[in-house]
Design a protein around this ligand. Structure first.
Ligand code: SAH
Length: 258
């Protein structure tokens, strides 16, 4: 019996898979990839003869059955997922039946789209004395939000919000932030297909105009919404600096110079 690996493929550009993930692809006997987001280019490292399939038309039961059957015939079987497998990836729903079938499994972390979006826009999700907290969440769609996790509740923290799976619900997102007291001029960032070669698009706006800007850019899918008081800080003249590099601050590796 082989082992099933849930591997984060990263946000789109195949270069953003980890070295560990790439090495597992190179050793894989079978790979099942999530076709809608994972670029087929990620399979460029698969060995000759590797069975490669797209899960886009499969139900969860079919995916699990596929993985178990391949693990009976191959040492290394991959479930290649977009971004990081621990975020909105149905990991536990697949792990439970694999556990029940006695199939060993492992997970390889990936670069999540929130991180790739911040990188694309050269933004920091945390900033001294502005916000030190990032919430990874989504707007309520068909999947209900648990108590206390409505976007409006979370937005009351006025920290950075990385909002997955919600670009078609942008009106709802804007409404929730308003209800939580975010001002009309609060900066917003939407990144479509972060890191995808030639397809990435970055839209900057405010709470008041981000919907119009996304509509004008025809962005209706595969996008990360980031709302944060730290957005745009690259151009701030009066930035509060990090203590770590402060000349008057002593820490384990350096004594204060003043
Ligand atoms: N596990 C993935 C998230 C899967 S949910 C991760 O860690 O990134 C799918 C959502 O992720 C999309 O609706 C979108 O909000 C976001 N997403 C995935 N890839 C993206 C990309 N390249 N650019 C922007 N957003 C992306």
């Amino acid at each position: 019996m082989g082992k099933v690996w849930f591997v984060g493929a990263g946000p789109g550009d195949p270069d953003l898979i980890t070295v560990r993930g790439r090495d597992l692809i190179a050793r894989a006997g079978a790979i099942l990839f999530a076709g809608s987001l994972v670029s087929a280019a990620a399979m460029r490292w698969a060995p000759a003869g590797c069975e490669i399939a797209d899960s886009k038309d499969m139900t969860l039961d079919e995916i699990v059955a596929w993985l178990i059957a391949r693990a009976q015939a191959n040492e290394v079987v991959l479930r290649l997922q977009t971004g990081d497998p621990s975020l909105y990836g149905a990991l536990i729903e697949m792990a439970q039946p694999l556990d029940a079938a006695g199939v060993e499994l492992g997970v390889v972390a990936g670069v999540s789209s929130a991180m790739a979006s911040a990188a694309a826009a050269v933004e920091s999700l945390t900033l001294p004395e502005v916000t030190q907290t990032v919430i990874l969440t989504r707007a309520e769609g068909r999947t209900p939000m648990p108590d206390g996790e409505s976007l409006e509740d979370l937005a009351r923290h006025h920290c950075t919000l990385c909002i997955y799976l919600s670009i078609t619900l942008l009106a709802r997102v804007v409404g929730a932030l308003r209800a939580a007291g975010w001002r009309d001029d609060a900066p917003m960032l939407v990144v479509h297909k972060a890191s995808w070669p030639g397809e990435e698009r970055i839209v900057r706006g405010t709470l008041a105009d981000i919907r119009d800007k996304c509509r004008a850019e025809k962005i209706g899918s595969q996008a990360m919404i980031i709302a944060s008081p730290a957005l745009g800080a690259r151009r701030w003249p009066d930035l509060k600096k990090s203590k770590l590099y402060d000349a008057t601050f002593t820490h384990r590796f350096r004594r204060a110079s003043e």
